[in-house]
Design a protein around this ligand. Structure first.
Ligand code: ZN
Length: 417
């Protein structure tokens, strides 16, 4: 089998660089692989004390935070500093596995006997996308291996060109952290078709500058060469569950209202205010840069908007809506929105962004941005503002990003060695 630190062997030889969590003896006997959903675990038996255990294979969030579970005593071992959001659903699932029948639709596009399986299942939207961005590495680095993508069905439209097989799991993301015997059974049955199987790593933070978004979606990203000449366009990403607040008091009001059961009363007001902030910023941009057009996207209801602003908000996502949003991002010099996984896809297409970054998200800086540039253009094109940034503050950045671009680009992309 291939030796590569980005490939985890599964078949015919299962990864066994583990030691017994009970007695510490190395080289346990591999028994098989378990695919209950988000996690992929090896099943082992200790050659010394016969303890039977499962151990996360080093993929997805288990690359650093792998957990071992005793099969007979149900004990969790060696959590390696894994945070409860990783271990709690895993242990809950292990202790009460589900017999719900989860449908997996298998599409074979390029049959083969040697494959790398990338498991993108997760209960969080952004995690699925980030795992999916790993696909390209395997397509490019290992053309001799067919790429099999295990993917939530709602993401199937983003399977990249060149993928050998798609195993689309028909399940809501919110249910993904369970332990599903039916997923395990079906995946293990599929695996018997191959002579050689590896797992792709599914790193949580792949190098996003290498993402070829057109390969995933068929929609070409905004090209920097056209930045100064293309019609000026901004896309506002306005989600309803994480807001741009005018002041700390607005945020506090939202929190308190949620706690005392009056969430809906104030939400309407806060959503309208979020739109007022965004459109006020746009109006200020237009004062300096006449003719700027805009699109508003987000999971939510359409609201009346100023002239020259297209409303693509909806509560019902379809592939057509996804592609319409992608097309809006792709004609935007930059997108404006609050930090969160909702920024991953917009920034994969737009040239840049202005992101409203909440104070408690500093440690997640840029995790949600598909940073396309690795040179100093990155500093120019990705702007982060305070969580209570005023429309003027956002507009100042936006005006600069339009009006100062040509000189910045010439200085840093043309007049250099
Ligand atoms: Zn042992």
């Amino acid at each position: 089998m291939l030796k590569d630190r980005h490939l985890v062997p599964v078949r015919p030889e299962l990864f066994a660089e583990r030691s017994c969590p009970k007695c510490g003896a190395g080289s346990p006997t591999p028994v098989g692989v378990v695919f209950p959903g988000v996690h992929v675990l090896g099943s082992y038996q200790c050659a010394s004390c016969s303890y039977r255990f499962l151990h996360d294979l080093p993929v997805g969030f288990a690359v650093d935070h792998d957990v071992a579970i005793g099969i007979d005593d149900g004990e969790m071992h060696d959590a390696h500093g894994a945070e409860p959001w990783v271990t709690a659903p895993l242990m809950t699932g292990f202790r009460s596995p589900s017999d719900e029948e989860v449908v997996i639709e298998r599409r074979v596009l390029r049959p083969g006997k040697r494959v790398v399986v990338l498991n993108t299942l997760d209960f969080l939207y952004g995690h699925v996308l980030l795992k999916l961005w790993n696909a390209q590495h395997y397509l490019e680095a290992h053309p001799e291996l067919g790429l099999v993508v295990i993917i939530p069905k709602s993401f199937e439209w983003m399977v990249p060109r060149g993928t050998a097989e798609v195993w689309a799991v028909d399940q809501r993301l919110g249910k993904a952290h369970g332990w599903y015997r039916s997923i395990d059974r079906q995946v293990n049955a599929f695996l018997t078709d191959y002579d050689e199987v590896y797992l792709g790593k599914g790193y949580a933070h792949p190098d996003k500058s290498k993402v070829d978004i057109e390969r995933y979606t068929g929609v070409q990203a905004f090209q920097l060469e056209h930045y100064a000449t293309a019609p000026r366009h901004i896309t506002f990403v306005l989600r309803e569950d994480r807001l741009w607040y005018r002041t700390p008091l607005h945020k506090l009001l939202d929190r308190v209202a949620g706690k005392v059961g009056l969430k809906n009363v104030f939400r309407g007001f806060l959503l309208a205010d979020q739109q007022r902030l965004a459109m006020s910023a746009l109006q200020k941009v237009r004062t300096s840069c006449p003719g700027v057009e805009a699109t508003v996207v987000g999971l939510g209801d359409a609201r009346p908007l100023p002239h020259g602003v297209v409303d693509l908000r909806t509560r019902k996502m379809t592939v057509e809506t996804e592609l319409a949003w992608c097309a809006a991002y792709a004609k935007s010099q930059f997108v404006v929105g609050v930090h969160g996984s909702n920024m991953l896809l917009p920034t994969a297409f737009a040239a840049g962004c202005i992101e409203i970054l909440p104070h408690d998200r500093y440690r997640n800086l840029a995790q949600d941005v598909t940073t396309r540039w690795t040179d100093v253009m990155q500093v120019f094109l990705y702007r982060f503002v305070d969580e209570f940034a005023s429309p003027s503050a956002v507009a100042r950045h936006a005006v600069s990003m339009f009006n100062d671009y040509a000189v910045f680009y010439r200085n840093n992309r043309i007049n250099i060695y």
